[in-house]
Every structure is written in structure tokens, then in C-alpha cells.
Design a protein around this ligand. Structure first.
Ligand code: UT7
Length: 318
């Protein structure tokens, strides 16, 4: 037995930062960012914490699903920008929701939400969980080097959530890691030990953009092909693709390689930027609330990023 999705929600901070705002802070411009990345504006947290965003997304998902927090058996939060290492963001959300189930965080960068869905699938398969709340939440602005124009213009903050219930909606889920720190790395806080001889690095994102781009397109296309094959469906049977919003050009290139029409690909990078682990669940929630998705539709989600990591999940809706 697996799960089906019975509700979704999302939340973004109130402050909008446009490309023109950024061009006042660094050597960049609206035209470059729109054409090379596809972002027009992003939301940046001023007062909102990662847990605040996660909680708001979770409450909206619970409201849509019509179930109460105390009926949830498991809470997972995918994040690489927790407010604190301890308590976890999931634990903070659990307390603020008034739930009492186990709750923990998952770290797999931009693929984190799909790693969390696969983790939840294991609990459903064992029958130990009947309802789960899975969230992707990031305050990625906290770990951006605001002097590095190649990363600062890409990212945004936000959260997305899904309520899962026992069911047979998940047709296929796959996760993949290619360890190594050459392409993307985010050092942790260096610590205060007077004994350490490990060199301290700034805890900000470093990314080789073009290497990441190539990996992203390959992983995206491979996951969609492989999930369709495992589920015994053709690409034409897929009604909606919900990709990680890393770069509009990545999504368009993958669409061409898959020979699938652009209209099947959910896109909100123009308004949200790349929100890392929050990106897929925010896009899923927007699709769900748009009215374009019908019971029985096939929805393929895919994500890729730091780790290097990538993942896919194929869902029959409803
Ligand atoms: O979510 C995790 C996964 N992340 C991704 O999948 C991201 C994948 N990579 C990308 O999206 C793209 O590689 C970037 C958006 C990061 C960069 O775009 P690019 O087309 O690969 O640019 P580039 O790094 O090759 O740089 C091209 C030029 C350079 O100038 P020169 O050397 O040709 O004179 C850069 O210095 O663009 C310059 N540049 C900028 N110019 C204006 C880099 N960033 C900017 C900027 N504004 N913000």
C-alpha cells in the first residue's frame, strides 16, 4: 500500500524583490535574469522564519484536506535552511500545529521534498502511518552570498506542503545521489571549537552553474522516462509535469528532449525563483488550486540539485 495526496498548501514571504531591485545591489540587469534564468521577481523573507512558512503551508494543506492536525501520524520537513538544527523544523511545526506524531527533517537540497515523499512511502508500505504531512520549506536567502551575482539572482524563499493518506496514488518514486562537493556545496556553520584545525568556510551557496545545468537536464529527462517505463505508461499519458523551478531554460530543454508540449509543464519560476526544497510542493499546490488538474490525472514530479541529488515521483491524482 502506498499513499494518495488529499490536500496541498503553500506560503511565500510578503516582500517582493524584483530584478531591478537586485540591479541596484549588484552588477546585473532584468534582461539577463529573465532570459538566462526566467525569474522576474522572487519573495524574500524579512520577518518570516523557515518554520513560519512551513506552518502556513501546512495549515492550508490541512484545511484543504479537511483533516485535523491530531490525526496526522508523521510530519516530515525537507529543508537545507532550518532555523535551528535542534529542534528540527518538523518538530517546531508539530508543536505549533498541536500534533503529537513523530516529526523530523530531511536534507537533500532541491530534491528534498521528493526524498521526503519516498521516505513517507516507506512508512505507508509498513502500515505504520495512515496520514502524513510532508513539507518543503526554505529561507534560502539566509545562505546566499549577496555579492555573488551568479547565485543571488536565482533563489527565493517559500514553503509548500502536502497531506498524504493511505491509498494507491503513488505509482512510482525514485531517488538518486551522486556524492561530491565539486559542483554545489554549502558549508555548515564552522563552529566554535578552539581545538579544530579544519579551515572555516563561509556558510553560503557555491554552485558551478553550467555543470549543474547539464546534470539537471539529464536527470530530469531520465527520471521521466524511467518512471513512465516502470509504471507501464507512455509519456503521452502524463497530464502534468511538476518540475523543480531551477531555470526556465532547463524546463524548456527537458520538454524538447521529451517531445512533450510546454503546456504540460507547471512553471512559476518567474514569480518565485528557485525555492530549493519548497519549489516542487509550491508548484504542485499552484497546479492543484488552478483547477487544471482532475481526478485520475497523471502527475509527474521531478527535482535535481545539490548533493548532487535528483528524484522523481509519479502520482495518479485523486
Ligand atoms: O536548484 C539547484 C539546481 N540549480 C540549477 O539547476 C542551476 C543550473 N544552472 C543555471 O541555471 C545557469 O548555469 C545559471 C543561471 C546559474 C548561470 O547561467 P549561464 O547561462 O550558465 O551563465 P554563465 O555562468 O555561463 O555566465 C555567462 C555570463 C558570464 O559573463 P562572461 O564571462 O561571459 O563575460 C557571467 O559573468 O553571464 C555573466 N553573469 C551575469 N551577468 C549578469 C553571471 N551571472 C550574471 C548576472 N547578471 N546575474
Amino acid at each position: 500500500m502506498s499513499f494518495r495526496i488529499i490536500g496541498t498548501g503553500s506560503a511565500v514571504p510578503s516582500k517582493i524583490i524584483t530584478n531591478d531591485d537586485l540591479s541596484e545591489m549588484m552588477d546585473t540587469n532584468d534582461e539577463w535574469i529573465r532570459t538566462r534564468v526566467g525569474v522576474a521577481e522572487r519573495r524574500i523573507a524579512v520577518t518570516e522564519s523557515t518554520a513560519d512558512l512551513a506552518l502556513e503551508a501546512a495549515e492550508k494543506a490541512l484545511e484543504m484536506s479537511g483533516v485535523s492536525a491530531d490525526s496526522i501520524d508523521l510530519i516530515l520537513v525537507a529543508t537545507i535552511t532550518p532555523d535551528r538544527i535542534c529542534p528540527t523544523t518538523a518538530g517546531t511545526v508539530q508543536a505549533r500545529l498541536g500534533a503529537s506524531c513523530p516529526a523530523f527533517d530531511i536534507s537533500s537540497a532541491c530534491s528534498g521534498f521528493l526524498f521526503a515523499l519516498e521516505t513517507a512511502a516507506g512508512f505507508f508500505a509498513r502500515g505504520t502511518v495512515k496520514r502524513a504531512l510532508v513539507i518543503g520549506a526554505e529561507r534560502i536567502s539566509r545562505i546566499i552570498d549577496w555579492n555573488d551575482r551568479s547565485t543571488a539572482v536565482i533563489f527565493g524563499d517559500g514553503a509548500g506542503a502536502a497531506v498524504l493518506e493511505t491509498g494507491d496514488g503513488c505509482l512510482c518514486s525514485e531517488i538518486c545521489t551522486i556524492g561530491g562537493d565539486e559542483v554545489i556545496r554549502i558549508p555548515a556553520f564552522g563552529g566554535t571549537s578552539p581545538f579544530t584545525e579544519i579551515e572555516k568556510e563561509d556558510p553560503v551557496i557555491f554552485m558551478e552553474g553550467q555543470e549543474t545545468f547539464k546534470f539537471a537536464v539529464g536527470a530530469f529527462v531520465n527520471h521521466i522516462h524511467s518512471m513512465a517505463e516502470k509504471a507501464g505508461i507512455s509519456l503521452d499519458d502524463i497530464d502534468h509535469i511538476v518540475p523543480h523551478q531551477a531555470n526556465e531554460r532547463i524546463i524548456r530543454m527537458a520538454a524538447r528532449r521529451l517531445r512533450m508540449p510546454d503546456e504540460k509543464f507547471v512553471m512559476n519560476i518567474d514569480r518565485c525563483g528557485n525555492t530549493a526544497a519548497a519549489s516542487v510542493p509550491i508548484a504542485l499546490d499552484e497546479l492543484n488550486r488552478s483547477g487544471k488538474i482532475k481526478p485520475g490525472d497523471l502527475v509527474a514530479m521531478t527535482a535535481f540539485g545539490g548533493g548532487l541529488s535528483s528524484a522523481g515521483c509519479l502520482i495518479r491524482w485523486g
